[in-house]
Structures are given as C-alpha cells and as structure tokens.
Design a binder for this molecule. Structure first.
Ligand code: PMV
Length: 286
C-alpha cells in the first residue's frame, strides 16, 4: 500500500495574461489531496476519469482511496492534485521508478485528455513541485519560496475556466486596442511584484491592481467583489480574484495576525475561507 499527497495551488499574479505569453506567478498551498493505492486482484476505486487515466497510462491495476481537503471545481487545482498524487502512489506501489518530472508531464497529458485539450500545465507543475513558480509562455521556473500568509475565499459560485478564457479571447478579438494594453499591464505588474516579493505591503497593492485589471477584462463576479472588499476592509494587504474568475476563489495577502479576522469577514459574506500559506513540498509520500 502506498499513500501520496499533492497540494492545491493559487495564482498570485498574472492569470489570463499568461494565456497571451505574459508572466504569471502561481503558488502551491497547504490544503492537499491524499491518495492511497493498493495492488489488488479486485480493484475498487472512486468513479473518476482522472484516476482511470492514471492506471491506463501506468499500465497497472489497483485499488484507490482518496481523501481531499480541496473543493473540486473551485480553481484550486484539485483535479491536478488528485492526478499527481494518484500517479505518484501508483509509481511507488508498483515500483515503476519514474521521476517527478515524468509524473508532472503525465499528469498534464491526463488533464489535457480528460478536459478535452483545455488543461493548463501550470496546475500539474505547481502541484508536483510545490513552492512558487514563474510561468512565461511554455517555460516554468521555480522561485525561491516566500513565506506569504494567505486567506483563500471561495465564492461557492461554480465557474468554468474554459468559458472565462474564451470570454477574454472574445474581448481581445473584438477590442484588441482595449484588451491588449490591459494584458500588458498585468504582465508589467507581475514583474514589478516579483521585484517586491519580500515586501507584502507592496505586494498587496499589486494584487489590488491585478484585481481591477481582471475586472476590466470581464472576469469579475459580484460575489468575488464582495469577498475582496471584505478582505481588504478587515486588514488584508491586498486581495484579488485567483484563477479564471467568474466566481471561483479570491486570495487575500494578510499580516499573520489579521488572518483569522479576514477569514471571518469572508465567512460573514457567505464565502468559505481557507487560512493557508505556501506549501514548498509538492507531491509527497505520506
Ligand atoms: O481556474 P484556474 O485556477 O485553473 O486558473 C486558470 C488560469 C488561466 O490563466 C485563466 C488559464 C490558464 O490556463 O492559465
């Protein structure tokens, strides 16, 4: 029997603009998905196209048990975490000897297949490797980890990443003269934020700017706005949509002492709060 876990992820800066080749920064966060795999003659496992594909790609059969601290379809990368943890546990239980890189690439191939080509390599990379990652075009680079204190606010409004990416695409085609400068500005503020990564107060201001620009792209939602404003009013350094928007989650960068107050303010707006911080571990044997 082998148990492996993998973390969720948030976008700190640059979502949507990364689709247009601009830089983005993503970070693995503490809530995890735990997967146990066991060699058995009569495999039992949850109904999941991701898990089915993991066994097909690895060419073995086995039982699976999943315990997830991440809500699915919230933009926190839960499908990538399930896929990476399952592949890692299969690799271990059947002594297949694959490296972490192979696991991340296979997980991306599985996400692409299950999500019909619409997967992002960011989720699988960040959740396999942990820490903070700079994404530029097809290249990904691990950044030195910063101990950022974060509260995630889930709007509980379901969203579709594919639809939101398409919405920005439609705006960009219709009004390139408006959309392109917004995407450029997001890229520029992401780079400026990277230069100030050790200064949370400053980072908070960049988050606020990034949020406004995401709203200008049309991926805002009344509930995300409410949670962002509540987080700022209760002491966050800054707050923004994280991920595709149109619902989904927000993140607030907070002084450590303000985290529970910010979480309380999010819950008072009927969002679900997760108090968290960076996870430097990536996929890990339990
Ligand atoms: O919904 P999420 O958290 O998986 O974020 C999607 C991020 C986008 O930039 C909108 C799309 C992408 O593939 O990078």
């Amino acid at each position: 029997m082998a148990t492996w876990s993998a973390p969720g992820k948030v976008f700190l800066f640059g979502e949507h603009a990364v689709v247009y080749g601009k830089p983005g920064v993503a970070m693995a966060i503490k809530p995890r998905v735990f997967v146990t795999v066991r060699k058995t003659r009569n495999p039992t496992r949850p109904k999941s196209p991701y898990i089915d594909e993991c066994f097909r790609m690895m060419g073995v059969r086995g039982s699976v048990y999943v315990h997830s601290q991440l809500q699915s379809s919230s933009g926190l990368g839960s499908s990538a975490a399930v896929t990476v943890a399952t592949l890692s546990a299969i690799n271990d239980e059947f002594n297949l000897g694959h490296a972490r890189e192979y696991i991340a690439e296979t997980a991306f191939a599985i996400e692409k297949k299950v999500q019909k080509g619409r997967a992002s390599p960011t989720d699988t990379y960040v959740c396999a490797n942990g820490g903070m990652v700079l994404i530029t075009g097809n290249s990904k680079r691990r950044l030195p980890p910063e101990n950022l204190q974060v509260v995630v606010g889930n709007t509980l409004v379901p969203h579709s990443t594919a639809k939101m990416v398409e919405l920005v695409g439609a705006l960009q085609r219709k009004h390139p003269e408006v959309a392109n400068p917004i995407l450029d500005a997001i890229g520029a503020l992401t780079l400026a934020a990277l230069h100030n990564i050790g200064n949370p107060k400053e980072l908070g201001q960049y988050m606020d700017m990034n949020h406004a620009l995401l709203e200008a792209l049309g991926v805002g939602h009344p509930v995300s706005s409410k949670l962002v404003l509540a987080a700022r009013a209760s002491g966050a350094y800054g707050a923004k949509i994280t991920g595709a928007g149109g619902g989904g989650c927000i993140i607030a960068l907070c002084p450590r002492r303000a985290k529970s107050r910010v979480a309380g303010a999010i819950e008072a707006c009927e969002g679900r709060a997760i108090i968290t911080s960076i996870d430097t571990d990536g996929a890990r044997k339990e």
